[in-house]
Design a protein around this ligand. Structure first.
Ligand code: AMP
Length: 141
């Protein structure tokens, strides 16, 4: 499932056009065809994986290295000072294209990403337990 081809493979191969912004050995960036605001940019690994947690370290490192630079370019060109970086994983988390991608979405005069943030309260005992289990999971990985 993770390896299924998507429309982003066709963009990477040049089979369908896009407004390309950036390319290196591991990363490709282009304008989103349905922008939430002017300058809405998608940043993808060339590696074909559906979800962030499946990416190789090389792809992850390359994405991390270039994302701030791409954000700076979006801010410079749009004049925005605020923005969101969004990365959806799974259909229930609003992922429509099953190839890892980061959205860079500038906030421009109210346009941009709308967020619902129904915050709860972290119970201290639950927090201790969760943190312990997460640390243990990380030590195994
Ligand atoms: P997501 O919901 O995180 O999977 O977002 C997928 C994004 O891909 C959406 O914002 C779409 O507008 C964008 N998208 C889909 N097809 C294309 C395309 N051919 N060129 C550029 N962006 C696209």
């Amino acid at each position: 499932m993770s390896q299924a081809t998507t429309i982003f493979d066709k963009i990477l191969s040049g089979e369908i056009p896009c407004h390309q912004v950036y390319e290196d050995d591991h990363v490709f960036a282009f304008l989103d065809i349905g922008p939430l605001s002017t300058g809405h940019t998608l940043v993808i690994p060339k590696e074909r994986k559906a979800h962030l947690h499946e990416l190789s370290e090389d792809s992850a490192a390359a994405l991390g290295r270039v994302l701030p630079r791409l954000c700076r370019a979006v801010l410079e060109v749009t004049g925005a000072s605020d923005y969101n970086v969004l990365q959806n994983n799974g259909a229930a988390a609003h992922q429509a294209v099953m190839h890892v991608h980061f959205h860079i979405i500038p906030k421009i005069h109210g346009a941009g990403l709308g967020i619902s943030w129904p915050a709860g309260n972290l119970d201290a005992a639950e927090g201790r337990d969760l943190a312990r289990r997460l640390t243990a999971a990380l030590e195994k990985s």
